[in-house]
Design a protein around this ligand. Structure first.
Ligand SMILES: Nc1ncnc2c1ncn2[C@@H]1O[C@H](COP(=O)(O)OP(=O)(O)OP(=O)(O)O)[C@@H](O)[C@H]1O
Ligand SMILES: [Mg+2]
Length: 686
C-alpha cells in the first residue's frame, strides 16, 4: 500500500484540507510520495475524466490548472514590505532583503495560530481512504447515468444512515457549441441510417432512438426550454473504523448500481475527493457528465415535504429528513384536524401535546372528554374540569340562546336554536315522525314565547326556558301528550335534573374540559350534543382563537342528528376562529356515517397513526394513500404516523419532553407513580 503523508502543497490555506496549518518544521512529515493528476482526458461522448497516474516518488509538485497553490505557507506581510529597503536592484541590496525575509520566515515558524490548535496532527492518505484523526473517509464520483432516472433518485443514497457529504457541481455550457456538435452527430446518425437502408439491412432501433433523442434535444435547445450542463456528483462517506466504512461503501455502491448509476471510488484521489465535497466549491476530481435541464432536475434530492414554518407549534419530527414539523393550524384555510388510529396508538397523547403547546401560544382550548383522561392535564395548567353526570352539580341548559353576532337577526338566532333543539330531541326520543315533528316544532316556539322570547319581542335580558317548560307546553297541545310523556323521562324520572336546569358553567378559563365518562351510554351522545351546543353558542358570541377537541368522536357519529351537528360546526368553525379536532379510533364507524367523510374533507390537517389492517382499505381510500404510506401506517410504532397539512404529507414521530410526558401520559403505571409522588409531596409538606 502506498502511503501518503501531508505537506503544505495540498492547497492554499483557505482551500480544503491543507497542512499549511501545520508549520513546516513542526507537525507534519514531509510528503514522501505524491499523486499527480494528469491533464483531463476525453472518455466517450462528452465526458471528461481526470485520471491519476501511478504514484511517483517526487517531492516537487506541479500545480493543477485552476488550483491555486500556496506559496509554501509564507506570505510577506505588508508591514514588512514597507520596512524593507527599497531594492535598487544591486546584488548587496538583494541579499539584504533575502536575509530579512529568511529571518521573518524563521520567526513565523515559531508562532502558533488557532489553526494549528484545531488541525489534526497528521493526515494519512491511503489510495482507498483517508484517515484524519481517527475518522476514515472515502469518496465516490459518479461516472455515468442510465437513460432513465426517476425523480428523487438521489434521496435513497442521501437518506443512508451514514455520515456523508455530497457535492454537486453544475457547469452551464454554451448551447451554441452543443448545437453545433449535435448537428454533426445527427448528420452522422442520419448517414448511418441511410447507408443501412441502401444496403437493404433491417432497421437499427438503437440508431433511430439516438436520432430521435438528438433531434428532440436540438429542438428544445433552440427553443430555449432546455439548457446544457456538465454535472459532477461526489459522495464522501465517513466512519470511525475501516470495517464500517467498507460496509457503508458496499451499501452505497449497491444503492447506486441498483439504479444503473456507475459510481467509482476516487482511487488514489482521496484527498482531492475530500476537498471536492467540502463546502468550499472546489471541484478537484473534475469527473463530469453532460446533462440537459430535465435529467439535471431529477438530481434535486429534497423532495420530501418540509413542514416547517416560522410560527405555530411543534407537532413532531419529520421522519423523512429529521426536520421539525412546526406548524400553525390557523394558517390553513380552516383550522380543523381529524385524528384517526387504532386504540392505544397515541391519538389522545398527540392531541394533548398539541393542546399543551397551543396554550403556550395563547389559544383557548375546550375539550369534550368521554374517558376522563384530560383531568391531569387540566389540573396542571389550571384549567376548569367539569364533570357532567347525574350526581354532579354541573348543568348545561339546551335552551340557552347565543348572543347575536353582527348581521344576525333575533329571528335567525331563534330559528337556528329551534333547529338544534329538534336535533337534540330526535336523539333523546328517537327519530320523530313528521306529525310529531310538526307538533314539537310548534311547542318549541311556544316554549320560548312563554318566556316572552319571540322574534319580534327580542330576548335581551330575558330568562330562557328549561325542559320542564317544554313538557308543560306539549301537554297543552293537541296530540302532544305522548311526546310530553316520553320527554318527562328527562325531567322527572331517573335522568331528572341533567338537562332540565339552568346553565351554571362559564367558559372563562383558558382551558375547559367537559368529562362525560360518568354518564350512561344512552345519555352520553345527548350530553355531548348539549355541551357542543353550549360551546358553539359561546364560540359564536365572542371571537377568540380557540381549539375544540372532541375525543372519541365516533360517539357523535352513531346518530345522524349529532353527526350532522358536528359537521355543521366543523364547516362553520373557520369563521369563528375555531379549530375543531375530532379524534376517533373507530374509523369505519366514523367514515360510514354520511357526515364522516365531509368532516374529513373539511379538515385541513389530518393525523393518521397506526391503523388496524381491517380499516386500512377504507382509510387508504378516503385519504388517497400510496402503498408506501399504507405500509407505514400498518407498521408504525406508538406515536408514529402520517401528518397531512393540505396537500403535504409527511411521516411524523410525535415526541414529548419529559415534563410534557408526565403531564399528558395515560399509561396507568406512570399515572400511579405520579399520584404516589404527589401524595408523598403532600405528606412531606404537612
Ligand atoms: N408519542 C408518544 N410517545 C410516548 N408515549 C406515547 C406516545 N403516544 C402515546 N404514548 C403512550 O401510549 C399509550 C396510549 O396512548 P393514547 O392514550 O394516546 O392512545 P389512544 O390512541 O388515545 O387510545 P384510545 O383510542 O384507547 O384512547 C399511553 O400510555 C401513552 O402514554
Ligand atoms: Mg384516547
Amino acid at each position: 500500500m502506498v502511503q501518503f503523508t501531508v505537506d503544505q502543497t495540498f492547497g492554499s490555506p483557505d482551500e480544503g484540507v491543507t497542512s499549511s496549518s501545520l508549520p513546516p518544521d513542526r507537525g507534519a512529515v514531509r510528503q514522501a510520495v505524491k499523486q499527480e493528476p494528469t491533464a483531463p482526458k476525453q472518455v466517450g461522448e462528452g465526458r471528461t475524466v481526470y485520471s491519476s497516474n501511478k504514484p511517483k516518488a517526487t517531492v516537487k509538485s506541479t500545480p493543477r490548472p485552476g488550483v491555486k497553490k500556496s506559496s509554501g505557507g509564507f506570505h510577506m506581510p505588508k508591514m514588512l514590505e514597507n520596512m524593507l529597503p527599497k531594492s535598487s536592484g544591486k546584488p548587496q541590496d538583494m541579499s539584504k532583503t533575502k536575509e530579512l525575509l529568511e529571518a521573518e520566515k524563521a520567526y513565523r515558524r515559531g508562532l502558533t495560530s488557532l489553526r494549528d490548535v484545531l488541525a489534526p496532527a497528521a493526515l494519512k492518505m491511503n489510495p482507498n481512504e483517508l484517515e484524519i484523526a481517527g475518522t476514515y473517509s472515502r469518496t465516490y464520483f459518479v461516472l455515468a447515468y442510465p437513460r432513465y432516472l426517476s425523480s428523487n433518485w438521489l434521496m435513497q443514497a442521501i437518506n443512508l444512515d451514514v455520515p456523508m457529504d455530497v457535492s454537486m457541481f453544475i457547469y452551464p455550457l454554451d448551447s451554441g457549441e452543443i448545437l453545433k456538435r449535435l448537428r454533426d452527430k445527427v448528420g452522422q446518425i442520419q448517414a448511418s441510417i441511410t447507408l443501412n437502408e441502401e444496403r437493404g439491412n433491417v432497421r437499427d432501433p438503437m440508431l433511430e432512438t439516438a436520432y430521435r433523442d438528438a433531434e428532440e434535444l436540438r429542438d428544445r435547445l433552440i427553443q430555449g426550454t432546455e439548457h446544457y450542463f456538465r454535472y459532477s456528483l461526489y459522495f464522501t462517506i465517513y466512519s470511525e473504523n475501516l470495517d464500517e466504512l467498507n460496509k457503508a461503501s458496499t451499501t452505497l455502491e449497491t444503492i447506486l448500481s441498483s439504479k444503473l448509476i456507475v459510481a467509482k471510488r476516487a482511487f488514489l484521489q482521496m484527498k482531492q475527493g475530500l476537498n471536492s465535497t467540502l463546502p468550499i466549491g472546489r471541484d478537484e476530481i473534475a469527473v463530469s457528465s453532460n446533462l440537459n435541464t430535465e435529467p439535471l432536475s431529477s438530481t434535486f434530492p429534497f423532495v420530501s415535504s418540509d413542514l416547517t414554518s416560522n410560527d405555530g407549534i411543534l407537532y413532531g419530527i419529520n421522519q423523512h429528513n429529521n426536520s421539525l414539523i412546526l406548524f400553525d393550524r390557523f394558517s390553513m384555510e380552516n383550522a380543523n384536524t381529524v385524528v384517526f388510529a387504532k386504540s392505544g396508538a397515541g391519538k389522545s397523547y398527540a392531541v394533548k401535546l398539541e393542546v399543551l403547546r397551543s396554550l403556550m401560544v395563547g389559544s383557548d382550548v375546550i375539550i369534550i372528554d368521554p374517558e376522563h383522561e384530560y383531568q391531569h392535564l387540566c389540573d396542571s395548567v389550571g384549567g376548569a374540569f367539569l364533570n357532567i353526570s347525574l350526581n354532579s352539580p354541573t348543568r348545561v341548559n339546551p335552551f340557552d340562546l347565543p348572543k347575536g353576532i353582527e348581521g344576525e337577526t333575533d329571528e335567525d338566532i331563534l330559528r337556528s336554536a329551534i333547529v338544534n333543539l329538534m336535533g337534540l330531541i330526535n336523539i333523546m326520543l328517537g327519530k320523530l315522525d313528521p306529525t310529531e315533528e310538526a307538533i314539537m316544532d310548534r311547542a318549541l316556539w311556544e316554549t320560548y314565547a312563554k318566556k316572552d322570547i319571540t322574534a319580534q319581542a327580542g330576548f335581551a335580558g330575558k330568562q330562557v326556558p328549561v325542559m320542564d317548560d317544554l313538557v308543560e307546553i306539549l301537554q297543552g297541545i293537541e296530540g302532544g301528550d305522548s311526546l310530553a310523556n316520553r320527554l318527562s323521562k328527562f325531567t322527572q324520572g331517573t335522568f331528572a335534573g341533567l338537562f332540565n336546569q339552568r346553565t351554571n358553567v362559564e367558559l372563562d378559563n383558558q382551558m375547559v374540559v367537559f368529562s362525560v365518562r360518568d354518564l350512561e351510554d344512552t345519555l352520553r351522545p345527548i350530553a355531548i350534543f348539549v355541551i357542543l351546543n353550549f360551546i358553539w353558542n359561546e364560540v359564536r358570541s365572542q371571537l377568540k382563537k380557540r381549539i375544540l377537541v372532541i375525543d372519541e368522536a365516533w360517539w357523535m357519529m352513531q346518530n345522524d342528528d349529532s353527526a350532522r351537528f358536528l359537521f355543521g360546526i366543523a364547516k362553520r368553525a373557520r369563521k369563528y376562529y375555531l379549530g375543531v379536532t375530532t379524534i376517533s379510533q373507530d374509523v369505519t364507524d366514523f367514515l360510514q356515517s354520511p357526515y364522516g367523510e365531509p368532516i374529513v374533507t373539511n379538515s385541513s390537517i389530518q393525523l393518521l397513526l397506526k391503523q388496524s389492517p381491517a380499516s386500512m382499505e377504507l382509510v387508504s381510500k378516503v385519504f388517497f394513500l400510496t402503498e408506501g404510506e399504507k405500509y407505514l401506517l400498518l407498521e408504525s410504532e406508538v406515536g408514529e404516523g402520517l401528518f397531512f397539512a393540505g396537500l403535504k404529507h409527511v411521516a411524523i414521530k410525535i415526541v414529548a419532553s419529559y415534563i410534557e410526558d408526565q403531564i399528558i401520559t395515560t399509561d396507568p403505571k406512570q399515572l400511579l407513580e405520579i399520584e404516589q409522588a404527589k401524595k408523598d409531596l403532600r405528606r412531606g409538606s404537612e
